[in-house]
Ligand binder design. Structure first.
Ligand code: ACM
Length: 442
């Protein structure tokens, strides 16, 4: 017998789960709480139903924001692969899916006002506008998400207590876009710069009206597909030297009294923020938007190069999601073994323990400051994901440790106990679900 009861004294996402000899009772204030209770019931019952003990669990998440990001620009993920990814997030009670789907190497979202975006930029290959990259072979290959498919993913995620936050990464990371649209390039711009990934001339120009005309078209369609309050606009990794020899930007700087291109970036981001406001959206961005950009504080910023930018942003009054690469970038390799897949740009690796022992509140911040810490997020960039079996290898078991950080107060965490749980509870489940987890930590 399964009994669900509403208990409005509980917080959102919280639940009480009681198993006795004749029934399972769940108390929660909302559907999110019921969802979390049912996942716990699944976790308990899934291994050996005969051995389920009578128990009571009272549980509530440590953080409101328990996110996982996926880069589907560098590699295309099929609908089935995205759903599988979301399913795996929900099995560990993560609740925010950050969907990164445009970048230097591809554009993967259908925009009805600009059909050429997906016609030309969703596949890479020999004799295509975009060259083969990151393991995509000579024959044209890739893909994109139609608006109907994106809505399907939003609903699929919602049924699993997950909100989808879309990212359109600007003004940097726009190499593909600039290649397609000559009007977004200022012919007389003689700036010489390269992104850290090696792309020349990959930034939108904040002084051209065409830039905003294009962005209005794209963002107004994205805004209605995704019901999230937030729309993420990237703002990361604008290369040094950008716009320095752009006549249009020089004129803009004179008109506005700007001395630096950082001020131009702020101007750009604030213009985009105004577009989003009219569309009823709050602006989310990577940490740079709270530093060089200093956009208004209606949305949130993600600290990714480390924790310092997030701490600085909290002190300035931003809402912050912590995703420091040293603990939360799951595309970084898990050990220094020669055959371990993953990135190494942080000059370190991210073993399970580094995820588990990350405490976003460890900086002895004043409570008035850390009340703006929304939570934590894992990130999975796609450069290395030339073989999709690597996705689960990179995510598991690190995503389980991320869930622990997001749910359990630091004082109650214990790595030795976590390792025992991993072997006794999680490993049999991962085996049964045929998840290709990394075995280093077992
Ligand atoms: C990032 O990793 N460029 C946000």
């Amino acid at each position: 017998l399964l009994v669900l009861s509403e208990d409005s004294s509980l917080a959102t996402n919280a639940y009480q789960l009681t198993i006795d000899t004749t029934s399972v009772k769940i108390h929660a204030a909302d559907v999110a709480g019921i969802h979390n209770a049912l996942v716990s019931l699944w976790q308990i019952a899934t291994n050996d139903l005969q051995k389920v003990a009578c128990l009571t669990i009272k549980d509530s998440p440590r953080f409101e924001w328990r996110g996982q990001h996926l880069d589907t620009a560098r590699q295309f993920f099929s609908m089935a692969e995205i759903k599988n990814f979301i399913n795996n997030m929900s099995l560990y009670k993560l609740n925010k899916f950050h969907w990164h789907f445009v970048d230097d190497e591809a554009w993967r979202v259908e925009i009805k006002a600009c059909p050429e975006l997906t016609a030309k930029l969703s596949e890479r290959g020999y004799n295509q506008l975009l060259d083969p990259q990151y393991g995509s072979a000579a024959p044209a290959n890739g893909g994109y998400y139609s608006q109907a498919q994106m809505r399907e993913i939003v609903n699929y995620a919602k049924a699993r207590n997950i909100e989808v936050i879309p990212e359109i990464d600007i003004p940097g990371h726009c190499f593909a876009l600039m290649k397609l649209y000559p009007e977004l390039n200022e012919a007389a711009d003689a700036s010489v710069y390269r992104s850290v990934q090696g792309y020349a001339n990959n930034c939108l120009n904040p002084a051209l009206p065409e830039t905003y005309e294009f962005l209005e078209k794209v963002l107004s369609e994205i805004a209605v597909i995704f019901p999230s309050d937030y729309l993420h606009i990237g703002a990361d990794e604008r290369p040094e030297g950008t716009w320095e020899n752009s006549p249009a930007v020089s004129t803009l700087m004179q008109q506005q009294g700007f001395d630096t291109t950082e001020q131009v970036q702020t101007y750009f981001l604030r213009n985009v923020q105004q577009i989003l406001k009219k569309l009823g959206k709050k602006t989310a961005a990577w940490e740079e938007a709270s530093e060089q950009g200093e956009i208004e504080k209606d949305g949130y910023v993600i600290s990714w190069k480390g924790t310092q930018a997030g701490i600085n942003a909290l002190k300035k009054g931003y809402q912050v999601v912590m995703a420091p690469a040293q603990h939360c970038y799951f595309d970084i390799a898990q050990s220094n073994a020669w055959d371990e897949p993953g990135q190494t740009w942080i000059n370190d690796y991210v073993p399970l323990r580094k995820v588990y022992e990350y405490n976003p509140l460890s900086q002895a911040l004043d409570p008035s400051v850390y009340k703006n810490l929304k939570g934590v997020q894992g990130c999975l960039w796609g450069e290395n994901l030339y073989d999709k079996s690597l996705v689960q290898h990179l995510l598991f078991p690190r995503i389980i440790a991320l869930s622990e950080i997001a749910w359990t107060e630091h004082a109650q965490q214990n790595y030795a106990q976590f390792e025992r749980d991993l072997k006794q509870l999680h490993q049999p489940t991962l085996e049964r679900l045929k998840i290709n987890y990394c075995k280093l930590s077992f």
